[in-house]
Design a protein around this ligand. Structure first.
Ligand SMILES: Nc1ncnc2c1ncn2[C@@H]1O[C@H](COP(=O)(O)OP(=O)(O)OP(=O)(O)O)[C@@H](O)[C@H]1O
Ligand SMILES: [Mg+2]
Length: 714
């Protein structure tokens, strides 16, 4: 063992915020017998050989005493204990080690797991362990893995048990497993993460019966040698971090050493693995002692999980239909597939191949997983200081009512972040149809110490050190992506749009390809007025073809931008010769005082006038024909203040949108040539001329080629 000392593979050094109660530091850590430096990509080697000394203590030794033996002590933890036989140094050991030479899980199984029983409880009066012989003295005992007294453990005999019961280890295991393994998709996620951490280039995921019957993940990664294979089903056995410091800069997807044992606690697991030299098969059932045997297999790992939750039927009952669980399993693969386009994935569901993804570029992978045309993905890429946000957002017409098409990754880890979702929506405001959310795959890259992945049992949620910076960067990145190219909706060209077929709107890219710096504004092509159609549309000639402008949507956009912009310049307001008095409902009157300031910003000067009456002194000059009363009521009634502070920019934008909506020309309004010309000019000058603030298109282009096709010129 000598040169293979410095254990790189040790423990979960810091408790998760929610799970502090079962912080491994308080219980006994299974020690991995040797270093696995090659696995710890990006994780710096732990500090000096003795860095873990203070954690490993002689079980009965005085607190604070360093472990004699340093590395040697840790090295021997699991592997050698078995050789020494049971009982020695393992007061809680259930019996002899397995025939495979696995270390007995004594200290773990004996009750100091899951953080429930505190260290030293074995010694409490009446505990069965009391009768056990004291551990052998000297380094050997420490090597035996008996650091029961954590650094701050009280003397064992001061503890009383009272009504508190120490859970049987098998029960504690299942409870702990429930945090990590919520449903079949959690198994898929954990196994795929392990495959990726092992450097796999190809990952095959198979599942059957909604994932309850079978989940199998095969990879061609670096595999495990026999020693590691024996340990991988043990709690807190990980090759990925070794010290609390590592946790702060973790770059692998896994770091707790909890996934495999949690899965094994509630299923039948088999791990077949090879490091290219030796292959090993390890089996465990419902958290039983793993049994290992030599096997034959190519380099890589296949983990097979059967009969999930067979021993925790209650959990199973609360899950959804098999079809739904299967969909979630697939989703779990897709999320990782998005993050790693360089890896090939194959998914087989109930014997049928349902997804095949070759290794490919990020755009192709995103398009394939989202099921959209790669051209409909707008690149996002903004860097500020050490933060980068890159990826893709779908064009506005791909936006969905739900957030189902939004995928967010933090340092390539799939995460659910309400913060980022809100920032995406904010970036897309007025560009995407109201109530819809852009589809996107966004990759946040930030220094590992700016991100804490250790706040959720399934590592789904992360905490950002600087939330406001993340929010504003994502918002900016999304907005710039939308503005980076003209989103002209064009009637499609080609035989697919035969007469009578519904017109599918699609995006045409007119910006020069390969722009390095996104332009902040994509201008409209020059427009030459042709006239009005159906008193609803303004027609214009352009080099792109026939431009059809929705007069109401276009005017809304123009007014909205003017209202928001003029706020800073001093709103152009029309003073009413006679202030209009408006009788409000009690609810409207109650909310009015809060809104006076923001309404003034958009040119609506209102003051409460006793009782439920309000006095409107001026209206925005943009308001045109809208009556003061209608404007005020609209602002109060549209629910614009739901969840929005009445002070910030969002409140102003909402007020501006209500005023613009009520003031804009309507469909059915006849327009003079001057009015139409002014509208087109104002639209050309807009920042976002392609959508109204509800995200509806303001204009559509009928390309010249389409006209030619109609007239059979091509
Ligand atoms: N597919 C695999 N290829 C190679 N080694 C693996 C594979 N799966 C698991 N291992 C090894 O087994 C160890 C335990 O895996 P497990 O998933 O339980 O913990 P982890 O990945 O370290 O942390 P986490 O609980 O956060 O996932 C890993 O640290 C790794 O060394
Ligand atoms: Mg893992």
């Amino acid at each position: 063992m000598g040169p293979r000392a410095a254990p790189h593979v040790v423990r979960h050094p810091l408790p998760r915020a929610h799970g502090a109660g079962r912080a491994p530091g308080r219980g006994v850590q299974p020690q991995r017998p040797r270093a696995r430096r090659r696995r710890a990509r990006g994780v710096p080697a732990p500090g000096g050989g003795g860095s873990l000394g203070p954690v490993l203590r002689h079980p009965r030794g005085p607190a604070g005493r360093r472990t004699p033996g340093g590395d040697a002590a840790r090295r021997g933890a699991a592997g050698r204990a078995a050789g020494r036989g049971p009982g020695r140094g393992y007061p809680g050991a259930p019996g002899p080690g397995g025939a495979d030479g696995l270390a007995p899980r004594g200290p773990l199984r004996g009750g100091s797991r899951a953080g429930l029983p505190g260290p030293g409880l074995h010694d409490a009066p009446g505990s069965p362990e009391q009768a056990a012989p004291p551990p052998a003295e000297g380094p050997g005992a420490v090597e035996g893995g008996l650091p029961q007294g954590g650094a701050h453990a009280p003397p064992a005999r001061e503890l009383t048990v009272g009504r508190i019961r120490v859970l049987e280890s098998w029960l504690a295991d299942r409870i702990a497993a429930g945090e990590v393994v919520e449903r079949p998709a959690s198994v898929v996620k954990e196994l795929v993460e392990n495959a990726l951490d092992a450097g796999a280039r190809r990952v095959t995921v198979e599942f059957a019966g909604g994932g309850f019957e079978l989940v199998r993940v095969a990879d061609d990664g670096e595999g495990m040698d026999p020693e590691d294979a024996r340990l991988c089903l043990r709690r807190f056995a990980t090759s990925k971090i070794a010290s609390p410091d590592d946790l702060r800069r973790v770059t692998t997807l896994g770091f707790r050493g909890e996934a495999l044992p949690s899965i094994a606690a509630v299923s039948h697991v088999e791990v077949l693995t090879s490091d290219g030299r030796q292959a090993t098969r390890v089996r465990a059932e419902g958290g039983s002692e793993p049994v290992a045997e030599p096997a034959a297999a190519p380099r890589g790992t296949v983990v097979t999980v059967r009969h999930l939750f067979y021993n925790t039927p209650a959990r199973r009952r609360f899950l959804r239909s098999l079809a739904r669980e299967a969909a979630l399993c697939l989703d779990a693969v897709e999320r990782h597939a998005l993050a790693r386009p360089d890896v090939a994935f194959r998914v087989v569901r109930d014997g049928r191949e349902v997804l095949v993804l070759p290794a490919e570029g990020a755009r192709e992978r995103t398009a394939r997983v989202l099921g959209v045309d790669p051209d409909a993905l707008l690149p996002v890429d903004v860097t500020a200081q050490r933060f980068r946000v890159w990826g893709f957002v779908g064009t506005p017409e791909l936006a969905r009512r739900s957030r189902s098409g939004q995928y967010v990754f933090a340092n390539r880890r799939p995460v659910a972040s309400a913060l980022v979702s809100r920032a995406v929506d904010q970036g897309a405001r007025t560009l995407v149809f109201t109530g819809h959310h852009p589809v996107c795959a966004l990759f946040l890259e930030l220094p590992p110490d700016a991100l804490d992945p250790n706040v959720h049992p399934r590592k789904l949620e992360v905490r950002f050190a600087d939330e406001s910076r993340v929010f504003s960067l994502v918002e900016r990145a999304v907005r710039e992506a939308y503005r980076s190219r003209p989103l002209v909706r064009a009637v499609p060209v080609g035989p697919t749009a035969s007469a009578g077929a519904p017109l599918r709107l699609e995006v045409r890219e007119t910006a020069p390809a390969g722009l390095t710096e996104p332009r902040l504004r994509a201008p409209l092509p020059p427009l030459r007025l042709l006239g009005q159609l159906l008193r609803t549309y303004v027609l214009a000639d352009s080099p792109e073809g026939l431009v059809v402008v929705d007069q109401h949507a276009a005017h809304e956009r123009v007014l909205y931008e003017r209202l928001v912009r003029d706020r800073t310049r001093g709103q152009a307001a029309q003073l009413l010769a006679v202030p209009a008095s408006v009788e409000l409902s009690a609810a409207e009157a109650a909310v009015l005082p809060e809104l006076v300031a923001v309404l003034r910003q958009v040119g609506l000067d209102v003051e409460p006038f006793g009782g439920n009456t309000a006095l409107v002194r001026s209206v925005p000059s943009a308001a045109g024909r809208a009556s003061p009363e209608a404007l005020l009521r609209a602002c109060l009634q549209e629910g614009i203040w739901d969840g929005v502070s009445t002070a910030g920019r969002e409140a102003l934008e909402r007020a501006a949108s209500v005023v613009a909506c009520h003031s804009a020309i309507r469909s059915g309004d006849p327009l003079s040539v001057e009015e139409m010309r002014a509208l087109l000019e104002a639209l050309e000058a807009s920042e976002d001329p392609y959508t109204c603030f509800h995200g509806r298109p303001t204009l559509v282009v009928v390309p010249a080629e389409r006209l030619e096709a109609w007239f059979l010129r091509r």
